[in-house]
Ligand binder design. Structure first.
Ligand code: PGA
Length: 260
């Protein structure tokens, strides 16, 4: 049965700024606005994932408790010679409590299922919360995309001890819905949530039923509430709509309060 009401636990919303904004000044401005939204909407737990270069200056100067920080990417091996990379230990030191793993855009740049396994395990070892992104590239009538999703789930958790699975958040983001004009319908997400829980139980046992699942892909102020009510999810991974403070505020209000 789809959930008829907003779940009692706080809704988790991860604001994935991707490669925006262009300047530190704009990043601070967007962060100030996001902070205000977080302070006024107590029903939502907000996680901001800024570009790595802005992470430290935003996080270190933040004294509040209304939001947390995520790194969009970090290399799991600390102290090695990898030109241009930022290590997990460095983003942890810059106050990132979460790590986005296996985002579709990083998979498109070469991140493999094996990489997601390493990153998920390394993040947990540093006391961070991994947000493991999974999702099929396209849907076919045969339904074989379910196998793709299950394999991403299996591989991403392959190096994590079963007792720590509850600490990993799963973000289901169908690639075809990211950056598009419309997201997935709640009914299809509800089916996918059931499939993810069922797969977790099959792969790792009954505890898997309690996995936290986020939805991502063209989430905005017009579709978020219906998805939260009908998709059997714990929250969202939001891209574009999180970099427009006005839209984001309406989105957060929409999932915090009933419309009538
Ligand atoms: P979008 O991106 O909300 O802009 O579709 C979502 C994501 O990639 O996490």
């Amino acid at each position: 049965m789809p959930r008829a009401t907003i779940p009692r636990m706080k809704t988790l919303v991860v604001a994935n700024w991707k490669m925006s904004p262009a300047t530190s000044r704009e990043a601070k401005k967007l962060f100030e606005a996001t902070k205000k939204i977080a302070e006024t909407c107590k029903k939502v737990s907000l996680v901001v994932a800024p570009p790595t270069i802005f992470l430290r200056e935003l996080a270190v100067s933040y004294r509040g408790r209304s939001l947390s920080f995520a790194a969009q990417h970090a290399h799991p091996d600390s102290g090695k010679a990898f030109t241009g990379e930022t290590s997990l230990a460095q983003v942890r030191d810059a106050k990132a409590a979460y790590l986005i793993v296996g985002h579709a855009e990083r998979r498109a740049m070469g991140e493999t299922n094996d990489d997601t396994a390493k990153k998920t395990a390394a993040a947990l070892a540093l006391g961070m919360t991994p947000i493991l992104c999974i999702g099929e590239k396209q849907r076919t009538v045969s339904g074989d995309y379910f196998l793709e999703v299950k394999e991403q789930l299996r591989a991403g958790l392959a190096e994590v001890p079963v007792k720590k699975h509850g600490k990993v958040i799963i973000a289901y983001e169908p690639v075809w819905a990211i950056g598009g004009s419309s997201g997935m319908v709640p009914r299809d997400m509800h089916e996918m949530s059931i499939f993810i829980r069922k797969s977790m139980v099959e792969l790792y046992g009954a505890e898997g039923l309690n996995v936290r699942i986020l939805y991502g892909g063209s989430v905005d102020e017009t579709n978020a509430r219906a998805m939260l009510e009908g998709g059997d999810i714990s929250g969202f991974l939001v891209g574009r709509a999180s970099t427009d403070a006005d839209k984001f505020e309406v989105l957060i209000h929409a999932i915090s309060y009933p419309s009538s």
